[in-house]
Design a protein around this ligand. Structure first.
Ligand code: ADP
Ligand code: MG
Length: 277
């Protein structure tokens, strides 16, 4: 996928993406990082043709994505959004089967293929024992797996995931990341995701793209992108970067601002309770 000179604005006044250029390599895991509001989700929207750029184009397999028919693009690319909502009385099975919609037409139904894809998606995400439950009967981690399963049932070679681990505890975060890695390694899926945890991004990505204020600041392998200078520039956070025999490279935030000490506002004292007698 080729992202060429993408400039985007929601209101034709303020550009939220400024002349973005990047190549997303097939068969790789690419992770977009950057502070809140820097344009990560907006970029994913443009890359999936959910938002039209003011300038530039996104090219997939030699063709501009704006020229794909919606179903044609939905067979290439599935998206797990940052916020997902569905009626809570739908069962896991039913929701996952919605992923088959791009493959259906008025004239043909291929039930075997649909069933096979749904079964595969449910098995991959380990939801067999939850298949007849409704969304409101699931934990946060399970619910996130349902959204991923729905995207997998689309059987696309490319999968976008916007903050797939947010709101999950450590166990479920790793479970999702391991699943993503497995889909990449065993099924060759091209993954583009947004993560906030820098150590997880380092560990699970082949390529990292760092964004700030609608621009790409760095793009490359994690060991090249993640430097203390870059983190300082992008997040305004001072970090130390270490190496561990087992974990590899990792980072520890040690403070905000230029001083390197946690900035605590002086006025912000703990209130003293006035005890009345
Ligand atoms: P990120 O995903 O990196 O947190 P977003 O891509 O969601 O950031 O947002 C980038 C900028 O665009 C922010 O300033 C945000 O307020 C603005 N923005 C996001 N969505 C909309 C929208 N639907 N309409 C107008 N502005 C938006
Ligand atoms: Mg976002």
């Amino acid at each position: 996928m080729d992202i060429k000179d993408i400039t985007f604005s929601y209101d034709r006044k303020t550009d939220r993406l400024h002349a973005i250029n990047a190549v997303i390599e097939r068969g790789r895991i690419t992770t977009i990082i950057g502070p809140n509001g820097c344009g990560k989700s907006t970029l994913l929207s443009v890359m999936s043709n959910n938002a039209a750029p003011r300038m530039g184009q996104v090219v997939l397999d030699g063709k501009e994505i704006a020229h794909y028919k919606p179903k044609e693009l939905a067979r290439q690319l599935a998206v797990v959004h940052q916020q997902n909502e569905a009626p809570s009385d739908l069962t896991v099975e039913k929701l996952v089967s919605f992923g088959r919609l791009p493959h259906k037409s008025m004239f043909t139904t291929n039930r075997d293929e649909d069933e096979e894809a749904v079964e595969w998606a449910i098995a991959c995400t380990n939801l067999e024992e939850r298949r007849t439950r409704t969304l409101d009967q699931l934990s946060g981690g399970e619910r996130q797996r349902v959204w991923i399963a729905m995207a997998l049932a689309q059987r696309t070679p490319i999968l976008f995931l916007d903050e797939p681990t947010t709101y999950l505890d450590m166990y479920y975060q790793l479970e999702i990341l391991e699943l993503i890695r497995q889909l990449n390694k065993e099924h060759g899926l091209t993954i583009v995701m947004v993560l906030h945890d820098m150590n997880q991004a380092i560990r699970y990505s082949d390529v990292m793209i760092a964004m700030k204020e609608g621009r790409i600041i760095a793009n490359g392998p994690p060991t090249e992108v993640v430097t203390s200078e870059l983190i300082q520039e992008v997040y305004g956070v001072k970090v130390v970067i270490r190496q561990d025999d087992e974990a590899g490279m990792y980072l520890i935030p040690i403070g905000v601002g230029a001083s390197g000490h946690l900035h605590v506002q002086r006025e912000c004292k703990v209130p003293v309770l006035e005890l009345s007698h």
